[in-house]
Design a protein around this ligand. Structure first.
Ligand code: C2E
Ligand code: MG
Ligand code: MG
Length: 540
């Protein structure tokens, strides 16, 4: 290590030595003249001054040695350690050598960097808890002056441990990075996202009112809970959200945290993905309101079905229409159907809902009297655990005199793989009744085609995420092509969903895909538009 006296320090020590010497000399001269003795200046200088000058120089050297060894070296070492710390965090971005002369200056620079780093969390690059708390305190102070309202969201990502065990930490880091990006998406500059723990994020949002908040939280949830594609793999994670409000519920930051935390615990305990804290009791406001609306809608016929055509890619006939649930009430249009189904599943409302859907479809099939018309119905996971379901469907078909071949059942690949044996029993039962079965969202679960072939399945619907990405993504194109070819060798027909443009449509035709569904062909239609569809585009 190169040790040299900093110029500034040396000059300072020397200057101080001269200064003290002159002060001393002046005071001796002053005392002597005040006492009235006439002693010559030079006599005093030779008698005392020279020895004092030497004394000052010796002490200056001692002070320098002390400073250099005990103060400068630790400063230099500290600066080097800080440089090392900063460099290792930034993988070598700041690797200038540390010189003693610039140590203090660099230390200041590194202090600033470290302070920034102390607020950030790698590898997501989001701020950490300390920074978030600072921001929250600021928001609370601001709210007291401006009356602005804030919501605190604690977002927990579930299943990280099993992903880490299966695929390693690298995969987890890449996944969390994407989660962080999605949480950040579409937020305003005034909003804030931070990472508290590996799988726990916090969001501070400025909100206008509770209604706007419910929609906002819902959107964040749906965006974040959507499937991920991490390092070439598709992944599903589950997300839990606990929400509290400032100043409506809490009057200080600590309380706001406490409430959001208890809402999050409630979400974990009840398996309900979004829970809003409500003063005193912790209830799921959105879920609670949704359940009420859902019950009301079932009682008062406030749901409707829309129908999206699935067409043959080669013959251009309409293979079937997929029935999709919708709220009639425009106020509920912001609530996604997936969330509605989720809430129905958790509140024992899926059975009446599925009954209503099957009945509505049977009524329509009876009324339309269109020979070609086949309607597909989506079943939920809970339906597939209900061993009375085949019997109820059978009863309904008989009641309306509908041929079972007119009803197609769609179940997702993920649903099948959750309880393969139990689900296989019900599907076999439905197959024996003469219903057609199709696997929805294929490619997102873990099912192998050979396993699916053992079930009475005739169609596979490749998940829209693969289809939509095909024009930009070679891997997806290859996956789709390989799936089509393999499915064909197993005598399964393939549907592509999410066909949004002509480019995708042409690619699928070339790949010899059997059917297509998507906005390019048609958006979901109202029931009374079905006849029209056949009249105008029946031989599409
Ligand atoms: P799904 O069964 O995979 O339905 C396809 C979803 O993709 C529908 O959304 C449809 O409107 C949408 N879609 C169709 N073509 C395109 C396209 O080209 N681009 C894009 N971006 N989207 C397209 P929807 O109606 O919101 O339904 C979402 C999910 O909710 C459905 O996924 C299904 O899992 C569930 N769902 C809908 N209706 C019912 C129902 O009656 N019962 C049950 N159990 N689940 C339902
Ligand atoms: Mg479907
Ligand atoms: Mg689908």
């Amino acid at each position: 290590m190169k040790e040299k006296l900093p110029k500034f320090t040396a000059t300072l020590i020397f200057g101080l030595g001269i200064f003290f010497f002159l002060v001393w000399l002046g005071s001796v001269y002053f005392l002597v003249t005040q006492l009235g003795q006439s002693i010559s200046f030079w006599a005093i200088f030779w008698q005392y001054g020279l020895s004092v000058l030497l004394l000052v120089l010796v002490s200056a050297t001692a002070v320098y040695a002390m400073l250099h060894r005990d103060l400068l070296r630790p400063i230099q070492q500290l600066a080097e350690k800080m440089a090392h710390l900063v460099n290792s965090q930034y993988s070598g971005q700041l690797n200038q050598p540390v010189e003693v002369t610039t140590g203090l200056e660099q230390m200041l620079h590194y202090f600033i960097e470290l302070k920034k780093m102390a607020k950030r969390d790698s590898p997501t690059g989001l701020n950490n808890r300390a920074a978030f708390e600072e921001r929250l305190d600021h928001a609370v102070r601001d709210s007291k002056r401006s009356g602005r309202k804030y919501a605190l969201l604690l977002v927990e990502v579930d299943g990280i441990e099993s992903i880490s065990k299966q695929h390693g930490q690298y995969m987890v880091d890449a996944l969390l990075k994407q989660v962080a990006e999605r949480l950040n998406e579409g937020l305003r500059a005034s909003d804030n996202v931070s990472q508290f723990e590996k799988n726990l994020f916090a969001l501070l949002l400025e909100v206008q009112d509770q209604d706007q908040l419910v929609g906002l939280v819902e959107k964040i949830y749906l965006r974040t809970a959507r499937r991920y594609r991490v390092l070439g793999r598709r992944m599903n994670i589950s997300i839990m959200v606990g929400v509290s409000l400032y100043p409506l519920q809490a009057i200080e930051a600590k309380q706001l945290f406490e409430y959001a935390g208890s809402a999050l615990r409630e979400a974990q305990n009840t398996n309900c993905p979004i829970v809003f804290y409500e003063s005193g009791t912790k209830t799921d406001i959105s879920g609670f309101t949704l359940v009420q609306h859902l019950r009301q809608a079932l009682d008062n016929d406030e749901f409707k079905l829309v129908f999206q055509p699935v067409i043959e890619l080669h013959g251009h006939n309409t293979a079937y229409f997929e029935a999709l649930l919708r709220w009639k009430d425009p106020q509920m249009h912001d609530v996604s159907i997936e969330r509605t189904i989720q809430i129905a599943e958790k509140n024992q409302l899926i059975q009446p809902l599925t009954n209503w859907i099957v009945m509505t479809v049977c009524k329509l099939l009876k009324k339309q009297e269109l020979n070609d018309l086949v309607i597909g119905v989506n079943l939920s996971m809970i339906d597939l655990h209900d061993r009375y379901l085949p019997r109820r469907i059978d009863k309904c078909l008989r009641k309306y005199g509908v041929n079972p071949g007119k009803l197609m059942i769609e179940i997702t690949e993920g649903q099948i793989m959750q309880e393969p044996d139990e689900v296989a029993d019900i599907l076999s039962h439905l197959g024996m009744m003469g219903l057609s079965l199709s696997i929805d969202d294929f490619g997102t679960g873990q099912a192998s085609l050979t396993y699916l072939k053992k079930l009475p399945v005739e169609k596979l619907k490749i998940d829209q995420s693969f289809i939509m990405d095909m024009p930009k993504n070679d891997d997806d194109r290859l996956i789709v092509k390989a799936t089509i070819d393999l499915a064909h060798t197993l005598d399964l027909q393939v549907i592509a969903e999410g066909v949004e443009n002509v480019e995708i449509y042409d690619m699928l035709t070339e790949m010899n895909c059997d059917y297509a569904q998507g906005y390019y062909i048609s958006r979901p239609l109202e029931a009374d538009q079905i006849t029209n569809w056949y009249q105008q585009l029946g031989r599409h």
